[in-house]
Design a protein around this ligand. Structure first.
Ligand code: UGA
Length: 517
């Protein structure tokens, strides 16, 4: 039930729409908090009662820098509220942002749209006055057109006088921009925030993409993003399908850049070249640029891997699968990097990993996140555990999620003496700052063997070597396992009699690392 507005409040809302956010995961919770921070009244809904209780109490259910402080500050202003009631958000909102997840289908590569369809199916019959529904979820091209049809069919505001005359809707309480819609309309507004930088990316995105079907929808979106647009952020106004494609194309391009440099790492390993120097030299060419050219153990997370697979699946359905066939190769290159870490480690430990005590640094798919979905770190930990090694995974914030995703290894939140003591090797898989600051001279005496694999190129290799460690990093000269040529790189003396190529062959693991998380 909404309370009647005072005239001054109503006047303010003619320019400032009331916002709702549907789904309070990474995207939704961040969007809700940041839009309140930008001055809007925001009501966010989720079907998960416990999540709503935690958010209402000022607690973020996942790790994201700066977000909890902003949540608490905006709860205190009264501008930000949370609910489990779709009726409440339908009555409240002029612009409804749909932020639910679109994970990979359980039995295939396509996107699972069940959460999205359920959210729209639940909201649409409750929309009795003009408003804009805005899809932010990452979806296959063509999804927005389907959702627009669902709204046209199910939303009562599209079947009453309110649909024909926006002024009726305004009288019923819509903001000016929403009333001009004349009914319920859809827009697609893909989100480009990165986990770990979600707040900054939302408050000051590098671009806004508006997929709309009418000038009124564009007007309502501009009103909803007015403080962002006022900062000079570029706005690209387009149709639904192009807006949908911008997101999947962007993530595919980023994945391609990462796999490109990792493919170069493979070649570097064959000729004893240095992929880090190669990447640096490439980055000075402004046409190439240096971002997302960091080689290592490859990309993971809840977005890049599933998005390139869903994009291929959709292209197949559209009859243009051949155009995106290369994305299959991007995925393969990415998965090979996980195997490569296992090979390097086995070679450094006399060809066998069984019964070795291994310390894995990192569980999250990247630093500043507790997200372990498709995490390369956990996938490698799993591969190592399957060889019979005793694996302990250390991560500052992700062990809670990691335990559920991969219960077969041990966990610790800190690199304590007891965790390190007697270990045969350290494997760095997530480049947390804390790991880069570790003191190799302090850790060395605690180890049974001083072997470190720096799979993210986050450590100072010279410092570790000076402290007596065998330091190996994929794609760098000391990390090469030459095929058919003698070993050129430092291995512990006891391993020197085993040609690395044979070791690598003996410890070969399946080409596809299992999906975890
Ligand atoms: C990615 C995109 O960067 C965002 O723009 C997009 O909004 C988001 O997906 C999404 O679709 O929601 P995110 O998944 O948070 O964001 O993570 P990224 O920063 O893109 O990193 C992805 C993976 O690539 C990580 O595992 C990271 O370690 C790896 N990576 C990144 C590299 O291996 N090398 C690099 O040079 C950069």
């Amino acid at each position: 039930m909404t309370t009647p507005e005072r005239p001054d409040q109503a006047a303010d809302r003619t320019s400032r729409p009331r916002l709702t956010v549907i789904g309070t995961g990474y995207l939704g919770a961040t969007h809700a908090v940041c839009m309140a921070e930008l001055g809007f009244e925001v009501l966010a809904v989720d079907v998960d009662q416990s999540k709503i209780e935690r958010l209402s109490a000022g607690e973020i259910p996942f790790f994201e820098p700066d977000l909890a402080d902003l949540l608490r500050a905006n709860l205190a202003t009264g501008r930000l509220r949370f609910t489990t009631s779709f009726e409440e958000i339908a009555a409240f909102g002029d612009v409804h942002f749909v932020c639910v997840g679109t994970p990979q289908q359980a039995g295939g590569n396509g996107a699972d749209l069940s959460h999205l369809n359920a959210a729209v199916g639940r909201l649409a019959p409750l929309l009795t006055r003009p408003c804009l529904v805005v899809g932010k979820s990452t979806v296959p091209a063509g999804t927005a057109a389907d959702i627009a049809q669902t709204l046209a069919r199910l939303a009562p505001a599209n079947h009453t006088n309110g649909a024909a005359a926006g002024t009726n809707g305004a009288a019923a309480g819509s903001s000016g921009a929403a009333a001009a819609l004349g009914g319920v309309q859809l827009a697609w507004n893909p989100e480009f925030l990165r986990e770990g930088f979600a707040v900054a990316d939302t408050l000051r995105p590098d671009r806004l993409v508006f997929g709309v079907a009418s000038p009124a929808a564009e007007g309502a979106l501009r009103a909803a993003f007015a403080p962002v647009i006022a900062q000079g952020v570029p706005v690209i106004v387009t149709d639904y399908a192009t807006a949908e494609l911008v997101k999947t194309a962007a993530n595919s391009f980023l994945a391609t850049k990462i796999s490109f440099i990792n493919a170069m790492a493979e070649v570097c390993e064959a000729v004893d070249a240095d992929v880090l120097t190669l990447a640096e030299a490439l980055s000075h060419d402004v046409r190439i640029g240096g971002n997302f050219l960091r080689p290592g153990v490859g990309f993971g997370g809840g977005c890049l891997p599933k998005d390139i697979r869903a994009f291929q699946a959709r292209a197949d359905e559209l009859g243009v699968g051949v155009a995106l066939r290369f994305l299959g190769e991007i995925d393969e290159i990415n998965n090979r990097r996980r195997d490569r870490v296992v090979e390097l480690l086995a070679a450094a430990l006399d060809g066998t990993l069984a019964h070795r005590r291994l310390l894995v640094l990192g569980a999250a798919f990247k630093p500043n996140s507790d997200d372990v979905r498709d995490s390369p770190a956990l996938a490698v930990a799993d591969l190592l555990a399957r060889t019979g090694a005793q694996v302990t995974v250390v991560d500052p914030v992700a062990t809670h999620n990691a335990r559920r995703a991969l219960p077969t290894v041990a966990y610790s939140d800190r690199v304590e003496d007891s965790v390190v003591t007697g270990a045969d090797a350290v494997v760095l898989l997530t480049e947390w700052r804390q790991f880069a600051e570790l003191d190799p001279a302090r850790l060395g005496p605690l180890m049974r063997r001083r072997v470190v694999i720096d799979a993210r190129h986050a450590l100072d290799g010279d410092r570790w070597r000076r402290a007596g460690w065998v330091y190996l990093a994929p794609g760098r000269p000391t990390g090469v396992i030459p095929t058919g040529v003698p070993a050129q790189w430092p291995v512990p003396t006891s391993a020197a009699s085993t040609p690395p190529a044979q070791v690598a062959a003996a410890t070969r693991v399946p080409a596809h690392a299992p999906q975890v998380g």
